[in-house]
Design a protein around this ligand. Structure first.
Ligand code: PDD
Length: 277
């Protein structure tokens, strides 16, 4: 149905408390990108917050593919699918509602925006900022106020993303994962409660291995980040953004780096294979 006709109760716990879990899954050539991985993360997150899964894996696949298919004539074959599950509609109370309350499921498709060509020429600016979020950042929940304030702080400083620092370590972006090239090795912080296990992040580690780009998961300090040869931000919708300005200072020569160019090619090839599959 058109989004203008969709109706959700104001008592929905997603609205009242941000009590929900979400996923963003791109589709290339009408094919959902890393669907199994996205559904696995979704299942893990629902379990983590003790929420009933509204659908089983095969049913999720059917519904999501159907939504892509129905939106082909409207949005074309490159789409971004947003889905969220909330704990349902109930009288406002912080504790969970009765077990008969069913989760609310909302799924929408929007056209996937092509990334501006200026990115490959100029890269993007990022700021660093203390992480002001809670301590369960591995859960992809709809309560995103911390992330929103951090991203807006970046926009206010004419940057596209805030790179977050907690207890002397760099963790991730407000809505992206982080990679840094340090002494020729591509490094991303290890998974744990302080960052989201990104689907794009995992693919980049896989592609690095396949193409003999030295890589590892390790902690990164703000000082190491400042000196890095390259800095990237990754997410399903923005792919791999090369950061060329950090806190107003050029990253090396201020241009997207060679390893970023290589990885972007591999990433585009991966997407093309999916379209042709
Ligand atoms: N965000 N870290 C955070 C905090 C994120 O919100 C995201 C993605 C990522 C990257 O994850 P993935 O590669 O699976 O997209 C990392 C989505 C795109 C969003 O909130 O719109």
């Amino acid at each position: 149905m058109p989004v203008s006709e969709a109706r959700i109760s104001p008592l929905d716990r997603g609205f009242i408390f941000g009590d929900g879990i979400y996923e963003v899954i791109p589709a290339y050539g009408g094919k959902l990108f890393r669907l199994d991985e996205h559904l696995r993360r979704l299942a893990n997150n629902l379990t983590a917050v003790k929420m009933k899964p509204p659908l089983a894996t095969e049913a999720w696949k059917q519904v999501l593919n159907e939504i892509v298919l129905r939106n082909l004539p409207i949005h074309g074959s490159e789409q971004s699918i947003y889905l969220q599950v909330t704990r349902g509609v109930a009288e406002r109370d912080h504790g969970f509602p009765d077990s008969h309350v069913e989760p609310t499921l909302f799924i929408m498709s929007t056209p996937l925006k092509a990334l501006p060509e200026s990115i490959a020429r100029e890269g993007v600016a990022a700021i660093t900022h203390e992480d002001i979020r809670w301590k369960n950042c591995h859960i992809k929940c709809t309560s995103l106020l911390g992330n929103i304030l951090l991203r807006q702080q970046a926009y206010d400083e004419h940057a596209v993303e805030a790179i977050l620092i907690r207890d002397g370590e760099v963790t991730e972006g407000a809505a992206s994962n982080l990679f840094a090239l340090i002494d020729g090795i591509l490094i991303t912080p290890p998974k744990g409660p302080l960052l989201l296990p990104g689907i794009t992040r995992d693919l980049i580690l896989e592609l690095a291995q396949q193409h003999n780009i030295p890589s590892c998961e390790a902690f990164i300090t703000p000082a190491q980040l400042k000196d890095a040869e390259e800095i990237w931000l990754t997410s399903s919708t923005k792919e791999i953004l090369p950061v060329t300005t950090l806190d107003g200072v050029a990253v090396r020569n201020g241009k997207p780096g060679k390893v970023w160019q290589q990885m972007t090619q591999h990433y585009q090839q991966y997407k093309q294979q999916l379209r042709n599959a």
